[in-house]
Design a protein around this ligand. Structure first.
Ligand code: RBF
Length: 184
């Protein structure tokens, strides 16, 4: 698969100490274990704390991700699964259902949830995308940690904005008090 258009993988302004859950589907076990290994390596290199969970197949990733995300224990939940067209009669149905459900969770919950789902034509392609050289699990973890950093950056800039708004409000109240009474 071409990675043209994607810059070198590095988490921008990493937030160290992120709490991350990895949830891995056991279907295509060899591949999803390799994805998890890639994801864990990135998480540890970025100073994140990782807990690992398993589900049967990719179809179970969205409900498990939802439970983990709603637990309040994690800044990011990284779902990892692998669908192989040649071996999965309803490949397209599963791929769309899982991707769509994960996207809905990712946009509605305040927890970073990337798309760590490999959709491949065959096992060779799946191996190539879960190798140490190109690992979609590692990429999913990088994407999640970047979202966590963005969330923290937004939270601190909103806190700064509300502090300066309240300082401005209290200054203007002091000025008004000094002017009254009879200062018109
Ligand atoms: N789950 C996967 O994660 N990857 C697959 O390639 C995959 N292929 C499946 C093919 C068939 C015919 C069936 C019935 C299930 C498959 N599943 C696969 C499992 C699916 O995600 C889910 O775990 C089960 O359907 C139980 O809900």
């Amino acid at each position: 698969m071409s990675t043209a258009g994607k810059t070198a993988a590095r988490v921008q302004n990493p937030y160290r100490g992120a709490r991350v859950a990895i949830v891995r589907a056991r279907w295509n076990d060899e591949i999803t274990r390799a994805l998890a290994q890639g994801a864990i390596q990135v998480a540890l290199a970025e100073g994140a704390k990782v807990e690992e969970f398993e589900v049967a197949g990719s179809f179970e990733l969205p409900p498990a991700a939802a439970m983990l995300a709603r637990s309040g224990r994690f800044d990011a939940v990284v779902p990892l699964g692998c669908l192989i067209r040649g071996e999965t009669a309803h490949f397209d149905v599963l791929a769309h259902a899982v991707a769509r459900s994960l996207a809905e969770l990712a946009t509605s919950l305040p927890v970073a949830i990337p798309l760590g789902l490999l959709t491949c034509e065959n096992i060779d392609q799946a191996r190539a995308r879960s190798s140490p050289d190109h690992n979609v699990g590692a990429e999913a973890m990088e994407a999640a940690l970047e979202l966590v950093s963005l969330r923290h950056a937004m939270a601190s800039s909103s806190a700064r904005a509300s502090r300066s708004a309240s300082t401005a409000r209290s200054r203007s109240t002091r000025v008004k008090r000094r002017r009254s009474p009879g200062s018109r």
